[in-house]
Design a protein. Sequence first.
Length: 53
Amino acid sequence: MARNQQYPNLAGQKAVYLISALSSYKTGQRKGGQSAVMYGTVASLTEKNIEYL
């Protein structure tokens, strides 16, 4: 469980979902909520980095 309810719970999420979500933040396709924070977090990651997470 996420310690802060403001942030999503990532435990138990499937790899396909996480890769899709992180890639969408990186390309700017996913907006709203904490997307600006997430973009800053994933901006420097390569697609391989995202897959390895």
